[in-house]
Design a protein around this ligand. Sequence first.
Ligand SMILES: [Zn+2]
Length: 248
Amino acid sequence: MSLSDQELDRYARHIVLPQVGGVGQRKLKAAKIAVVGAGGIGSAVLPALAGAGVGQLTIIDDDVVELGNLHRQPLFRERDAGYSKSDLALQFVQRLNHFVKATPVQERIGPENAPRLLQGHDLVIDGSDNFATRLAVSDACVALGVPLLSAAAIQFQGQVGLFGRKPCYRCFVGDAFDADDCDNCAEVGVLGALTGTVGNFAALLAINFIVGIGDDPMGRIHLFSGEKLSWREIRIPADPGCRTCASA
Ligand SMILES: [Zn+2]
């Protein structure tokens, strides 16, 4: 996959980086990434990946913009209230970088449709706001063999982790959260600036993964405290009793 003169010019500050170079930029162009949720996390991930020249982005969100989203979702404006997030996110990406092929999917992702929606991607980034969705996405990713980058922000806490087949996201959180009624940020709150921090960290991790920069990122969970303003990292082992990946 080659880069045109216009692309070489556009991505010059990437290509000059020894860790990226023309080879890395072509890997980004060749990549197809699904982003689940065009909310707070997606509002940071999508501009970063579109700007970076990721070739194909699938934007999955069935929601519409509400005024209560605007403190953490800078993809949207006041006049967007009531309109589809995935369509608005598509317009944002198209205006930012016409080299990116973006596809909006206005469906609520769940166990039934997740395999169909996620297959064929090189990476799935999950920035959804509830555990039922995250576990459905994780289970589909394990079944499909697609790496999953899970990013979440709630109150003052953020977490980002990249999962291969084993350990999977379910090894990390367990089975207790499959019900659709757990806490989410609608109930317990989230600091607007936190989602941007966590979302941009997720985008950086995604780019490093696609290009092949840094140490093996799999199975490392990065935790951010917005009160202490610090990151820490934990490694999680595969759960031998995990109902998703133990037999995968
Ligand atoms: Zn597992």
